[in-house]
Design a protein around this ligand. Structure first.
Ligand code: HEM
Length: 237
């Protein structure tokens, strides 16, 4: 968001659901990436991907009804604003955003959209639906995601340096530089608890997981791993 008021103090900008969503998504993607080529870790890969899909769908809802800076309308801007923001970075008065900056916002939208596309193609491959080369599409989308994550993290580092503000810490504590009137009123702890409960429900197989053929959660994963090892699977295939 373009600030008209000077960033004066550290205020609460990211509610707890946004922060938990962010780090759970980052972990899910990283985990799904490293388990992608292993038959032994296949169930884990599917469950991590599924978790990422659930997280993004909830984030989309939160982007419509959530707190001020979590809402899409507060940070998604047109190309002119993106260019103006990028230009300001090389000027002597870089534009500071209390929430997401206009350029970073598009990387975020790309990450959300790519996650949904990766999960949808992954589930279709798992269900043997769709065209034959769908697994190639799934892989290509995951590679594109890795590239966008790289751009995203580089943008976070650049933004932190330009604005002399640790954005990674802000995504942990929720606090960023801003005018007091821009602060959100509550970290929304109850919504955060519900979010974690949902993810735990998926992981334990307690909650129904539409789209997944079966889900016995961690029970199945931990029961299968030694069995696969027994059959000479080194875990790297
Ligand atoms: C070590 C790796 C990462 C770091 C340090 C990091 C850091 C951050 C930071 C600081 C923000 C807030 C940006 C801002 O101030 O505008 C952010 C937002 C975001 N990041 Fe990351 N990120 C990482 C990895 C990832 C990964 C792997 C994904 C996706 C799989 C991801 C997806 C997102 C999304 C979707 C947002 C928007 C959050 C929201 O509004 O809900 N990030 N990230």
């Amino acid at each position: 968001m373009h600030d008209t008021t000077p960033a004066t103090s550290r205020i609460l900008v990211w509610d707890l659901p946004v922060r938990l969503f962010h780090w759970m998504l980052a972990i899910s993607f990283a985990g799904a990436w490293v388990t992608a080529d292993s038959e032994r870790w296949r169930d884990t890969h599917i469950l991590l991907g599924y978790t990422a899909g659930v997280l993004v769908m909830l984030r989309v809802v939160w982007g419509l009804v959530g707190t001020r800076h979590a809402r899409f309308t507060s940070f998604v801007r047109g190309p002119r604003r993106v260019i103006a923001y990028l230009r300001s970075l090389v000027s002597d008065r870089p534009e500071h955003a209390t929430g997401h900056n206009p350029a970073g916002a598009w990387a975020i939208i790309a990450l959300l959209a790519l996650t949904l596309a990766i999960v949808a193609t992954g589930l279709a491959v798992e269900a043997d639906a769709g065209p034959k080369n769908l697994d190639d599409v799934h892989e290509a989308l995951a590679t594109a995601m890795l590239v966008v994550v790289g751009i995203h993290v580089a943008g976070v580092v650049l933004g932190s340096l330009v604005h002399r503000e640790n954005l990674v810490r802000a995504m942990i504590t929720g606090r960023k530089l801003g005018a007091p009137g821009e602060a959100i009123g509550s970290p929304r702890r109850l919504v955060a608890v519900a979010l974690v409960a949902l993810v735990v429900g998926v992981w334990t197989g307690v909650l129904p997981t539409p789209g997944l053929p079966t889900n016995e959660g961690l029970t199945a994963i931990t029961a299968k791993a030694p069995q696969a090892r027994h059959h000479g699977d080194s875990g790297n295939d």
